[in-house]
Design a protein around this ligand. Structure first.
Ligand code: ATP
Ligand code: MG
Length: 420
């Protein structure tokens, strides 16, 4: 008997904790090793395309750190956090205070704090006061605060503090305003880590993050271990689907045939898995109620809905000429990987009456990067910044030029073992 009352377990959405976090054991293990460092030499950059699962993995690392005796602080880094060195400092002190505000301290004349009538704690006002009282540059002031906090951690039996920041690709220095908040963060952590204090940085963000760090400080290359999250393989994709369905109490069956179609369509990208399965779960539940065929997979309708929910807004940000360029890119054989300006120029000569020049392609890729549709890697090659954007573009081309390809054939072409 089919249980129709089971709630839909799937959770497509930015930062929504999945019903079951599939795979990612290697990444968790690497983080676990990092926590064992006596002196912090390695910090982590956790990077990957939109929707690949960076935010939810970061959340899953938190209990691992806490279990190993670390405190955990951090949040999303909005652009406003890195407007200036002072806003960056306020961000760090605010987050730090949330973890330290119940640590009681005595009078600490060494840092210039005067006697106080009531007991003092390492709360925001104390941290801020120490920062304000310490002479020197912004890096010296911040280091003084962290050194003081460190002196209270050991007696409490804490190994250190993890500073975890999501959306860290938003951080930037602003030379024109002589404000270097990103460099400040790197300088301070590098310096206190060298002195043996265990403050560990874990920064999460889009693939532009690590190049940004290295551009600000070349030593960032040695300071961070880069973990790039990829799509899930076939086995993990199945787990991401079967475990939640079983736990939901539903008796809907996602059989091998459905798995082939789901994997062929989503290619194991977590956001798309959640999205497609949420739709399928609803459709199948409704079909059973209506006494209809259970096995039918209305993938065309689901993909149409996905196109308007997820891709259309991004596509709308591109001008007509940019769409032509993206169309050319989507027809490159290596478009789902990385491609060069030269390859685009050559393909456009093959396809368009008015092909693109090299400088034009360069300039347009620059503006497409700004709207988050492509990104340039450290070796000067480009990639699409949104997973499966290439097949979306081909579907648009097909609407405009029906002979340009058949997406259904494309889906069928992706054999289940593609990613294994
Ligand atoms: N390992 C996983 N197993 C199952 N579902 C996952 C997994 N990782 C992520 N998801 C799901 O994928 C979606 C996207 O996850 P998340 O928001 O963490 O991605 P992200 O990489 O942070 O995206 P963005 O670049 O937009 O910030 C969420 O719905 C989440 O529940
Ligand atoms: Mg995220």
């Amino acid at each position: 008997m089919v249980n129709l009352a089971a709630a839909n377990p799937f959770r497509p959405g930015a930062g929504h904790v999945p019903p079951y976090l599939a795979g990612r054991e290697r990444e968790k293990g690497e983080f676990g090793h990092m926590l064992e460092q006596e002196v912090v030499f390695e910090n982590m950059v956790l990077t990957g395309l939109r929707g690949v699962g960076k935010t939810v993995l970061l959340e899953a690392l938190k209990p691992i750190a806490i279990q190993s005796g670390w405190l955990w602080v951090g949040t999303d880094l909005s652009e406003a956090s890195s407007v200036s060195e002072e806003t960056m400092t306020i961000r760090l002190l605010t987050d730090l205070a949330l973890a330290t505000s119940n640590i009681k301290i005595g009078d600490t004349p060494a840092v210039g704090l005067g006697p106080s009538d009531s007991p003092r704690f390492l709360d925001f006002s104390t941290l801020y006061e120490i920062w304000a009282l310490t002479p020197g540059l912004s890096a010296d002031k911040l280091k003084a605060v962290l050194e003081l906090v460190w002196s209270y951690l050991d007696p409490l039996g804490k190994r250190g503090i993890v500073f975890a920041y999501d959306e860290a690709q938003n951080m930037a220095d602003h030379a024109e305003k002589e404000e270097y908040p990103l460099s400040l963060l790197l300088d301070v952590f590098q310096s206190i880590q060298r002195k043996g204090m265990r403050f560990l940085l874990i920064l999460t963000g889009l693939p532009t993050l690590f190049p940004n760090l290295v551009e600000a400080r070349t030593y960032a290359e040695r300071m961070f271990h880069v973990v790039t999250l990829d799509r899930l393989n076939r086995e993990d994709t199945e787990q991401a689907i079967l475990v939640p369905v079983a736990n939901s109490g539903s008796t809907i069956l996602f059989g091998d045939g459905s798995m082939d179609v789901i994997y062929g369509t989503t290619l194991g990208y977590p956001y798309f898995i959640q999205y497609v399965c949420r739709e399928l779960f609803d459709v199948w539940t409704a079909n059973i109620t209506a006494g209809e065929d259970l096995r039918e997979i209305p993938m065309r309708e689901i993909i149409d809905k996905l196109d308007s929910d997820f891709f259309a807004g991004r596509w709308a940000r591109a001008t007509d000429r940019q769409r032509d360029l993206l169309g050319v890119i989507a027809l490159l054989e290596n478009c789902a990987d990385e491609f060069t300006v030269q390859e685009i120029v050559e393909k456009s000569q093959e396809l368009l009456e008015k092909p693109f020049s090299k400088s034009h392609v360069n300039q347009m890729l620059g503006s497409l990067s700004k709207v988050g549709l492509v990104y340039k890697n450290r070796w000067g090659k480009y990639s699409l910044a949104v997973p499966l954007l290439d097949s979306f573009i081909r579907r648009q081309l097909q609407t405009l030029i029906p002979s340009s390809g058949d997406w259904e054939a494309e889906v069928a072409e992706h054999k289940p073992d593609d990613n294994e």
